[in-house]
Design a protein around this ligand. Structure first.
Ligand code: RET
Ligand code: FE2
Length: 290
């Protein structure tokens, strides 16, 4: 499969889900959230599990000692993010959204300006504030507390409409240059505008960001089979699942969905910082295909 086909599948699936949703099909909110949390954990997070095989050629890791240094640095960065979440949740949430938008902007194939990429990468984080501000507020409050949620929503609400207009404008303006990217951009805009925040994020993360990253990593690391890919991913995945379950057992809460959403996104944010550094280095390595 190539990236273009994956993009087309993503667009088709997105429009299908939007249609089903607009026709009135919906689950109980709590059930919906639990299903989406499971999907993000099982289908989305694993793309980060490839960081180890990407890092090997990038940082020229050859000995066990070098692996130990890489792993320690990776986990120390992740731990630092958890500390920031604990000490300064508002700063954490704003920082998480900004670096995520930058990270997602690498999904687009081809040469586009930074503004185009950043607008694309931020759509999924900004546009749900158009129709789903109250739900977004609840989710942010689960992750980083009421005060952080208030601040972030106060920032997102007024920019949502201009953001939508700018996004549509940029997508349409580039249609001649690359119609595949433009249609993908429009699909992300539609998903982010019409669907509730967590559903929109899940479709984007599991249908666009994760698969695209896995396919590029597969190419870059010269893996020759699906088995080699799974082998490379299994250990880090067990580790993340272990961290998730430990956090869940160690910090009991009466509100299952809120607690799971908090653990999921704090772990995601923590892993995103070292993950981004690996991907950023990769995108600067010539001929990496990123
Ligand atoms: C917290 C939260 C959101 C933001 C999620 C982010 C910012 C995820 C970033 C993930 C990354 C960067 C993964 C890397 O591969 C939403 C979906 C807007 C609304 C619901 C609550
Ligand atoms: Fe990623």
């Amino acid at each position: 499969m190539n990236l273009r086909l994956q993009g087309q599948l993503f667009c088709t699936f997105s429009f299908f889900v939007i249609l089903v949703y607009l026709l009135g099909f919906s689950l109980d909110k709590k059930v919906e959230w639990l299903v989406l949390i499971a999907l993000i954990t099982l289908l989305g997070i694993p793309h980060g599990a490839l960081d180890a095989i990407l890092a090997k050629p990038l940082y020229k890791i050859n000995s066990p000692m070098q692996w130990l240094i890489f792993l320690t640095a990776y986990l120390a960065l992740a731990a630092a993010v958890v500390l920031i979440w604990w000490a300064a949740p508002t700063f954490f949430l704003i920082g998480f959204l900004i670096i995520s938008a930058i990270h997602f902007s690498t999904d687009i194939e081809g040469h586009f300006s930074r503004i185009y990429r950043f607008t694309y990468g931020s759509c999924i984080l900004v546009l749900p504030a158009l129709l789903y501000a109250p739900e977004m507020h609840i989710l942010f409050a689960f992750v980083a507390g009421e005060e952080a949620a208030n601040m972030v929503m106060a920032g997102l609400r007024p920019i949502a409409i201009p953001w939508l207009i700018a996004s549509i404008f940029l997508a349409v303006a580039h249609i001649r240059k690359d119609r595949f990217s433009s249609v993908e951009f429009l699909a992300v805009i539609a998903v982010a505008s019409f669907l509730p925040p967590l559903l929109a994020f899940t479709i984007f993360f599991c249908g666009m960001h994760g698969p695209r990253h896995i396919m590029r990593a597969y190419r870059f690391a010269n893996l020759d089979s699906g088995t080699a890919l799974l082998k490379a991913m299994i250990l880090p995945m067990i580790f993340v699942l272990g961290a998730f379950i430990s956090a869940w057992v160690l910090f009991p809460s009466t509100q299952l969905d809120g607690q799971l959403i908090q653990i999921l996104f704090v772990i995601l944010a923590a892993l995103t910082v070292p993950h981004m550094l690996v991907i950023d280095r990769l995108s600067h390595a010539s001929s990496s295909g990123y």
